[in-house]
Design a protein around this ligand. Structure first.
Ligand SMILES: [Zn+2]
Ligand SMILES: [Zn+2]
Length: 459
């Protein structure tokens, strides 16, 4: 420090009640206002003399009273803070009744406004800071108001009724009982066979998959979801641009060697059983007529399977991972069970979109139940009853989202959109299933349950 500044500092402390007007801007940076030069100096904490430590008692730089903090750029008491603000606002001009050099103390600070104001300016108080300070105040008030509004909202949040809470816990329990996330049963299915004759569809999907691997590698340094999304749509676009979308004439080529069909047929059959088990536990489902239960199950089973499979779907590699490497299914594997990209492309997109909704388990199980209890399914007789059950579930879902899904005002709409997506997936699946099941060598690989549930429309 230069000598003049040191003198100034010494001077400040000689007066005994003047606190250095320093304020901290960062952990180790201090700004010192030098009133005589009317300029700031910047110091790091190591340069600043000990006396300037923040632990120095807080004393008003104007009057020596207990200070409450930095006000308009100087450490002052509330009284001097208010005095300075009022004076600046009124643009007051005071005249000292004495000789213009009054010593301002806590007790006499009201006696001479002129010297008090001069003292304020001397220690660095700035009218430019007044507005800022008020803004800070306004901000504080705003924050406070928001807090209050938040608390009010919290208080107004629709509490779930006991019945609604019971429905949710019933559904969650039903799901736990029917979805084994260890996938240990999968080893009992006919084994997956990924080799064997490569169908045109499968080889296409294989090239698609290797492309997918390649591009995910090139993005591996930044596995952003955006990149992933881009990869996916690029892949599908490439696929379409090459004019490789499946055509009816490919069916014959696929006639033999659907090596994954037995395993995936068993997997679907198993999943249907689980969906039935889940449906039976949905409150009200078993009160429906047997015919309506069957109609609902037949038409929604594949949709619920698609929904529940999202639990094993991974955005990392766009596949369903159900335990070991044998039970990790990519698009390629499903083409080896006779499905084409007309189904698989929108299915993967659906899985990605659903995954990104980050649903809570409660929402996930409610969505499955709502899907199952759609009154507009073909063959449903007691429309109104099914609709009443579905409405109740929808209300539970909406109430749950309001109460538990922060920022979830769009979640419900997005979930309902997923149900619409499922309808077209269902339609495409039926189409592909029909053409598959028309071929005896394939339909013989299916299980009686699959034939019964999916085969209804064919006969
Ligand atoms: Zn004061
Ligand atoms: Zn005076």
């Amino acid at each position: 420090m230069k000598e003049s500044e040191t003198e100034r500092l010494v001077c400040v402390f000689e007066h005994g009640r003047v606190f250095p007007h320093i304020f901290q801007i960062k952990e180790c940076m201090f700004i010192l206002w030098r009133p005589q030069k009317r300029q700031f100096s910047l110091y790091t904490s190591t340069q600043v003399p000990d006396e300037f430590d923040r632990n120095v008692p807080r004393i008003c730089g104007v009057c020596g009273d207990k200070a409450t903090g930095f006000h308009f750029n100087a450490m002052t008491c509330e009284g001097c803070k208010g005095f300075f603000r009022r004076s600046m606002k009124r643009k007051a001009s005071f005249t000292c009744p004495f000789n213009g050099s009054c010593t301002i103390t806590k007790d006499n600070r009201r006696h001479c406004q002129a010297c008090r104001l001069k003292r304020c300016l001397d220690i660095g108080m700035m009218k430019e800071f007044i507005l800022t300070d008020e803004e800070v105040q306004r901000k504080k008030e705003l924050i406070q108001r928001r807090k209050e509004e938040e608390a009010q909202k919290e208080a107004q949040k629709p509490r779930l009724t006991e019945e609604q809470r019971n429905i949710i816990s019933t559904l969650v329990e039903a799901h736990h009982k029917t979805y084994d996330d260890s996938y240990s049963d999968f080893s009992r299915f006919r084994p997956p066979v990924r080799e064997g004759p490569v169908t045109r569809s499968a080889s296409r999907a294989a090239s698609l998959h290797s492309l997918s691997d390649a591009s995910s590698d090139s993005f591996s340094h930044s596995p952003e979801s955006g990149d992933r999304k881009m990869n996916l749509s690029n892949l599908f676009m490439m696929y379409q641009e090459q004019g490789l979308s499946s055509s009816p004439d490919s069916k014959e080529e696929e006639g033999s060697g659907l090596s994954m069909l037995p395993h995936l047929a068993d997997l679907v059959s198993y999943s249907i059983q689980k969906v039935i088990g889940f449906a039976k536990m949905i409150p009200g489902f078993r009160d429906l007529t047997a015919e309506d239960q069957i109609a609902l199950l037949k038409s929604s089973a594949i949709e619920v399977i698609m929904l529940r499979s999202n639990q094993s779907f991974s955005l990392e590699d766009m596949s369903w991972s159900c335990g070991g490497p044998d039970f990790k299914y990519c698009v390629n594997d499903v083409t080896k069970a006779g499905h084409t990209l007309e189904l698989l492309e929108p299915l993967v997109k659906f899985q990605v979109g659903l995954k990104k909704l980050n649903l809570q388990e409660e929402e996930h199980v409610l969505l499955m139940a709502i899907c199952l209890l759609s009154p507009d399914r073909p063959g449903v007789q007691d429309h109104e009853r099914v609709e009443a059950l579905q409405d109740k579930l929808s209300e539970v879902l909406q109430a749950y989202i309001r109460a538990h899904h922060s920022g979830g005002h769009l979640v419900y709409a997005k979930m309902i959109q997923k149900l619409a997506d499922l309808r077209s997936l269902n339609e495409e699946h039926s189409k592909q299933y029909r053409s598959l099941s028309f071929q005896p060598e394939h339909s013989m690989q299916l299980t009686p349950l699959v034939l019964e549930v999916f085969g209804g429309q064919v006969t």
